[in-house]
Design a protein around this ligand. Sequence first.
Ligand code: M6R
Length: 606
Amino acid sequence: MCGIIGYTGKKKVKDILLNGLELLEYRGYDSAGVAVVDEKTKETSVYKCAGRVADLRAVCKKQEIEATCGIGHTRWATHGGVNDDNAHPHCFGKVTLVHNGIIENYRELAVEYALEGKLHSDTDTEIAAAVFDHFYEGDPIAGIKNAVDKLKGTFAFVIMFADRPETIYSVRNVSPIVAAKTPEGTMLASDVTAIGGYTKQYFAVPEYHILEMTKEELHLFDFDGKEVKPSYVEIDFALNVSEKEGFPFYMEKEIAEQPGVIADLIAGKTKEDLPDFTEEGVADQLLYECENVTIVACGSAMHAGLLGQSLMKSLAKVPVTVELASEFMYSDPVITNQTLVIAVSQSGETIDTLEALKYAKAQGAKALSIINVRGSSIARESEAVIYTNAGPEIAVASTKAYTSQLAVFCLLALRMAYVRGKLSLDETKNYVRELKKVPDAMKEILGEKEKIHHIADGILEAKDIFMIGRGLDYAIMMEGSLKLKEVSYIHSEAYASGELKHGPLALITSHTPVIAVATQEKLLSKEVSNIREVKSRGADVVLFAKERILKEAGREYMSFALPDVKDEFMCLVAAVALQLLAYYVSSDKGFDVDKPRNLAKVVTVE
Ligand code: M6R
C-alpha cells in the first residue's frame, strides 16, 4: 500500500512525480504529496493534501515549482486519520521522507527520542523521520543504517537530507522499491508501472541495502557500507496501462478483456492439448512428488485457491488445504518437506501471502506461486512461478486476474492428475479441449451484459444480499459476494446453500435478495430445493444457471442463462456474470468503481 516515486536528473520533476503518482494511485488514494528541491536555492518545499492525486495537482498548479529533484507519495492510511498533516512527505530537522509500511515500535521511539510536542502529525512515519534525523551526522549511509537498526516493522523509505540537495536515498524491509538509471536521470518507485515509461531496465532494491541516487548515477550499499552491483532485469510486459479504451472504468475494461486473456493463457500453457508448464520451469517432479498441497492467498486470490482445491482433489486426488495467508502462520499449520505450498497473488506483493510463503518454506515446503506481476517479491521468493499474464490490472476489484488464476488452477489440476496417473492422456486432452470453449462462453455473457445490468437495477436499493451455491458454486459465490460488497458497499454474505437452514435462514424475510448460482449437474436437485426454501420464505431470488437447470428450477425467478461448458469450468463463466452484476450496481449508484473507499490494490501491510 502507498505508492512512492522519486527522481533526480535533468528533467523538470513536477510532472514526473505527479504523473508517476497517478500511475501508482491504485496502491492507495486517500492523500498525496511531493517534496521538491528548488533548482536555485536548493531549499526543499513540501506540497501535500488529503484527497486524490488530482487534488495534489491542483495544489501544485498554484505553485512556481522549478525543480529537477523530488519525491512523491500517495497514501493508504495506517497510523493517523486522513488529513493534510498526516499526508507524506514528512520532515524533521534535516530529513524529508516518504514511507510505505508500518513502524511497529513508533510509541517506544517517540519516548526514547523525547518527541512529545515536537511532532506535527499522528503518523509513525514522522517519528521515523525524527529517528533518521537523530542519527544523521553528515554521513547518510551510516545515519540510515543506525536509524534502521532502531526500527521494527516493514518499510520502504525514500529520504532526502537538507545538506545533500538533489541526492535521494532509499532503504527497505519487505515493502518494495524498484530503481533505474534513465538517459536523463535516476528514478525509483514502488513498482515498475511508474518508471516503465522512462526505461526498460530496472532492479529491485534488496532488503536492508541503501540506495543512493544522484543526477548521474546510482549506487547500492550493503549495511557494511560495501558497494553492491544491482541485478538489473528487463520490463517484459506492456505498460500502456493508462488507457481506458473508451470504457468508463478500468473494471469494465478488465472484465471485457477476459475472453482474450483466458484464450491466450490456455494457448500459452498447453502443447497439443496437454497442459504444459515446462517453459515456465515448473518441473513435473514438483507436481507428482508432493504428498499434499497447501494454498496460501488473500481475498480473490484465496477464492481462486478454493476452486483450485476442489479441482486438485477431484481430478488429481491430492489432499489440498486452502489457508487465508493472514492466518496461516498463527494456525500451527502442518507443513513438511512433502508439502507443495502454492502462493497465489495478482500483485505478488501482498505481505500476508509473502510471509506465509516464507514460513512454509522454512518448514521445508517446496514453493510454487501463481502471480500476475513479473519479478514481484512473491515470485522472487518462489522456486517456481506460473505467471497468469493477465496484463496490468488497475481496478482495485480483481476480475481478469482472478479468472486467470482459475484458468491456471484448471490446467495445473489437470497436469497434476495426468502426471500422477489419475487421468489418461486422452482424458486430459479432452478436458483441455473443453476448457478451450470458455473464452467463447465468456464472450456470450459479455454480449448479453445489458440483461445483467437490468438485474443489477433490481438490487440497487438492497441493504443485505445473500449469495448461495453448493460445491464449486459456493466457492464462486464467495468471490461474487466479495466483488459486490467491495464495489457496491452493499452488505452481502455467501453461504453454502445447505447451511442456510442451520442459521442464516432466520434472516430471510420478504423481498430479501438472494442470488443463487447453479452450475453443477450432480448437485442440481439439492440446490433447487434450497432455492425453493428461500423463495417460499419470501426472498427475491435471482438465479444464474445453465438453461437446462433454469427449466428444472422453474421460471418464477429473475434469471440469467449461463452458457454451457463442462461443469468443472463453469466457475470461469459464472465469474464474469457476477463481476458484471457488481460492476453495474456500483456504477449505477454513482460510485468510483475503480477506487472503492478504504481499499488499495496492493496490500503491503499485515
Ligand atoms: O495482489 P493479491 O492477489 O495478492 O491481492 C489479494 C487481495 O488483496 C485481492 O484479491 C483483493 O481481495 C481484491 N481487491 C478483490 O477484488
